[in-house]
Design a protein around this ligand. Structure first.
Ligand SMILES: *[C@@H]1O[C@H](CO)[C@@H](O)[C@H](O)[C@H]1NC(C)=O
Length: 454
């Protein structure tokens, strides 16, 4: 080989190496999703990478002294009914920057919620449940979570109702007998009982919470997956601290069908989330001991609360929030939000083929857009981005536009650092619909409010 070509090879290698170094060092490349809970201080290399739980706690302990300086961030991505279409699901999750081209988790500490109906109408049942099963621990290692909810179709398959199961799907299990076994005692049934729930309440502030407030205590994470924190009601330190906590409802409720205030009232329980999940799981458990195999529907021995749960009034089938007139529902929606301690309710189940539908000023978000080939609807996901910024981290012009300081102030900069300001935060929430195939992102709701912590 002539010398000159050797040299150009060397030069090329050097140039490539340089470019790689540059890429690796640039703080936020456009390809990678941003670190979602960024600290105001410059991050160390370790913090810039995917942090695990232990690292994050350490960082927080280090910074306790200047907690009021931290900007708290969270990102939640939600995806509706998939119905047996793995290619559609992975495309959508790539668009939302939670997985890469190989289907590996790149979402950092994002919380991904899938609101059920992975199964039926399409062939990819095994591949889809395996896919979410593989994402779950990856997300956990990165400080995020995968929250999997049961749809009415998951439950129908457990109950032996095969009306919507395709021939290819049955063949992929090696026959109907094997498939029934997989959903009952086998790997899918086991995972439903361990890692799937009926409803979840995902708070925007998980470990971080402004110092002067008693953080709601989320359930401890037992040996199972980390999403268990979101499937029980939080306990507030005291009733009075909860009532005066302006961030108490900084959380989102997810369910497959819909949770109505009437259903909640029929529960007579002060822990509705735990309660709803308990009933759903009691049905799954009961199927393990039904004599003579799985019935076609609820077992005859089902009790009244199980029957109510599995009715069209219950959380898996209800369609009120999708089908009734807005004038009829918004007040009822507000009641349910109050009981669940959340700002918004997100659900699938009733397809909106054109795209994600926001109702009652974004309090209801309908995210089933019929993404499966079986429907051919819009390929969508919902993205919720939250920031809580301390007043001291605001620019004077932002503070002016929020009315936190006015032009009369002698030194607005100093005012922002005052005593009252140390208890003042700006809460911002952006709700977006993300689409594949070149369709522009749609901002469904965006709000910013000043929060004074008592
Ligand atoms: C539930 O999720 C955890 C965490 O990813 C995993 O280790 C466990 O195997 C799952 N359980 C079942 C029964 O699949």
């Amino acid at each position: 080989m002539p010398l000159s070509s050797n040299r150009s090879l060397l030069l090329l290698t050097l140039a490539l190496f340089g470019a790689l170094l540059y890429l690796a060092r640039s703080p936020s490349s456009d390809i990678r999703p941003k670190a979602h809970r960024v600290l105001a201080k410059p991050r160390t290399a370790q913090q810039n990478g995917l942090v695990n739980q232990a690292d994050r706690t350490e960082t927080l302990a280090d910074e306790e002294g200047d907690q009021e300086k931290r900007i708290l961030r969270q990102r939640i991505v939600a995806m509706g009914d998939i119905h047996g279409d793995l290619p559609a699901a992975t495309k959508i999750l790539r668009r939302a920057e939670v997985v890469d081209l190989k289907g590996q988790w790149i979402g950092g500490d994002t919380i991904l919620v899938q609101t059920g109906d992975i199964v039926d109408r399409g062939p990819d049942t095994i591949a889809l449940y395996r896919f979410f099963q593989s994402l779950r621990p990856q997300a956990e290692r990165a400080g995020g979570a995968v929250v999997s909810l049961l749809g009415n179709h998951e439950m129908m398959n457990c109950l032996g109702d095969y009306r919507y199961v395709t021939k290819e799907d049955i063949a992929s299990f090696g026959g109907e007998r094997n498939r029934r076994e997989a959903f009952l005692h086998g790997w899918i049934g086991q995972e439903f009982r361990a890692n799937y729930s009926v409803t979840a309440r995902v708070p925007y502030l998980i470990e971080d919470y402004p110092a002067s407030l008693a953080a709601p205590i989320l359930p401890a994470t037992p040996s199972g997956s980390s999403d268990r924190r979101f499937v029980e009601d939080p306990t507030f330190a005291t009733a009075s601290s909860a009532a005066s906590d302006p961030l108490r409802r900084s959380a989102i409720s997810f369910v497959h069908g819909g949770i109505t205030p009437e259903y909640l009232a029929s529960r007579s329980s002060d822990s509705p989330i735990t309660d709803i999940n308990r009933i759903g799981h009691s049905i799954l458990e009961s199927l393990l001991s039904v004599p003579g195999g799985v019935p076609l529907g609820l077992p005859r021995s089902a009790n009244p609360e199980q029957k109510e749960f599995w009715s069209e009034r219950g959380p898996m089938w209800n369609r009120d929030w999708a089908l009734e007139e807005e004038e009829e529902i918004c007040e009822r929606v507000e009641k349910a939000l109050e009981v669940l301690n959340v700002r918004r309710m997100v659900m699938g189940h009733t397809p909106q083929f054109e795209g994600i539908l926001s109702r009652c000023d974004g309090k209801i978000l309908l995210i089933d857009t019929g993404i499966s080939r079986a429907y051919g609807g819009a390929h969508s996901s919902l993205s919720l981005t939250y920031t809580l910024t301390p007043a001291s981290a605001l620019t004077v012009s932002d503070a002016l536009s929020l009315g936190l300081v006015d032009l009369q102030d002698a030194d607005p900069e100093a005012t922002l650092k005052g005593d009252e300001m140390s208890r003042t935060w700006v809460e911002k929430e952006v709700v977006e619909a993300l689409y594949t195939a070149g369709r522009a992102t749609e901002v469904l709701d965006e709000r910013e409010q000043v929060v004074k912590i008592p």
